[in-house]
Ligand binder design. Sequence first.
Ligand code: GRF
Length: 187
Amino acid sequence: MKKIALLASGSGSNVENIVRYFHSNKELVFFVLSNKKEAYVHERAKKLNLPAYTIDKTGFENGEALQFLLDEHTDFIVLAGFLLKIPENILHVYSGKIINIHPALLPKYGGKGMYGHHVHEAVVAAKETESGITIHYVNEHYDEGQIIFQAKCEVLPADSAEEVARKVHLLEYRYFPEVIEQIVLHK
Ligand code: GRF
């Protein structure tokens, strides 16, 4: 059995989708770790009977988060809408065992400040004809770790940033659990 930490800062719709996907799979167990006590992901966790914890920014920076992950016997870390930078100590201990999903086709629209609606607004402003998702390993630079998987969607001239976000979320729901399954269980 492998234990997966799902790190999320916001709504957590990907967290919910991942947990539902693995519902009847006894090989993986999950818990949520958020940096925000008030994040909606906690409501979802309650509904899913999923253990959920909060460690704030300082706790990530001072080593508390790493200690917590180790105490929980965490095998793998999945960032699903997690907005803090992962500190060096966690990267070191969990090298090659942390993945992130980014809501655009990296290397475009990545880096500091490129998260959530900012990404989709930039895509629309640049009149891109496509966007998509990138699932990648996490290293010390924002959105620069080795790419594992990408999928594309069309961006139409009339699409708003909200519409692009909707299309991108559909790709995330469809592919993120499958990629996690491949990486964690079959690698
Ligand atoms: C997703 O679009 C993900 O790619 C990005 O943050 C968003 C999180 O959405 N990193 P949700 O909280 O899972 O609904």
